[in-house]
Design a protein around this ligand. Structure first.
Ligand code: MN
Length: 233
């Protein structure tokens, strides 16, 4: 049987060092996931469980070249567009109820990403107990750099994450400050939904989020995982 309208294309993110694409299935994002200071080794029993939200896969903007930021339009319906610089995990093997100890076996690779947020819409929704979707899951809200294969770079548990906006450092932290690290995040999320090959997980942002305006260039890097670079026009 034929499709009655053209089926939407699969969204692909280039894999660094190859001519191949990583196909995107779903985009999950972790809510607040950095403490102001590195948490003590061994975990904190008082940690609240992580919470998750989602973006549509076609919110992806492939933008991995800091020498050539991708120009995208300042989105509609907001006066307070915020950057959230994040480590992105690319799931290569799906599963449900994944154990922490086995979680990294499900990771294909890592990337630098931006969870762009219409903060005014998100806050209004939050205050009314409404869904965040229109604050978080809008068009072009998920810029991402190239995906770096875990087989090449390993699994970064520490390393610098930073974002410059028009030349000024806005966010600067270390991956070892994640409240819920990558294996824990995968394990927890896979207890809520079955993960599938092609899923991306934006792991949360450190402190320093703030507004951007048209004309701003955002260049974010995650140590060992490349860059993401966009300009709002
Ligand atoms: Mn975020």
């Amino acid at each position: 049987m034929a499709y009655v309208i053209p089926p939407p294309p699969t969204v692909g993110v280039p894999v660094a060092g190859t001519s191949d694409l990583f196909p995107v299935r779903r985009i999950y994002c972790v809510g607040r996931n950095y403490a102001a200071h590195a948490r003590e080794m061994g975990g904190d029993p008082d940690r609240e469980p992580p919470f998750f939200f989602a973006k549509p896969s076609d919110a992806i903007v492939v933008a991995g070249d800091p020498a050539n930021p991708v120009r995208i339009a300042y989105p509609p319906a907001t006066r307070n567009l915020h950057h959230e610089m994040e480590l992105v995990v690319a799931i290569g093997r799906g599963g449900a109820d994944i154990k922490v100890e086995r979680a990294l076996e499900h990771v294909y690779g890592y990337a630098a990403g931006l969870d762009m947020t219409r903060r005014d819409l998100q806050n209004a929704a939050r205050d009314k107990g409404r869904p965040w979707d229109m604050g978080k899951g809008f068009d072009q809200s998920a810029p991402i750099g190239l995906i770096y294969r875990a087989a090449e770079i390993g699994h970064p548990a520490a390393g610098e994450i930073r974002l410059e906006v028009s030349g000024k450092i806005r966010q600067h932290a270390n991956l070892n400050e994640l409240i819920w690290n990558v294996p824990e995040t995968i394990s927890c999320l896979s207890g809520l939904v079955a993960l599938g090959p092609g899923d991306l997980i934006y792991t949360g942002t450190p402190e320093g989020v703030g507004a951007v305006v048209a004309g701003d260039t955002l260049i974010g890097t995650v140590e060992g995982c490349g860059s993401v670079a966009i300009t709002y026009v």
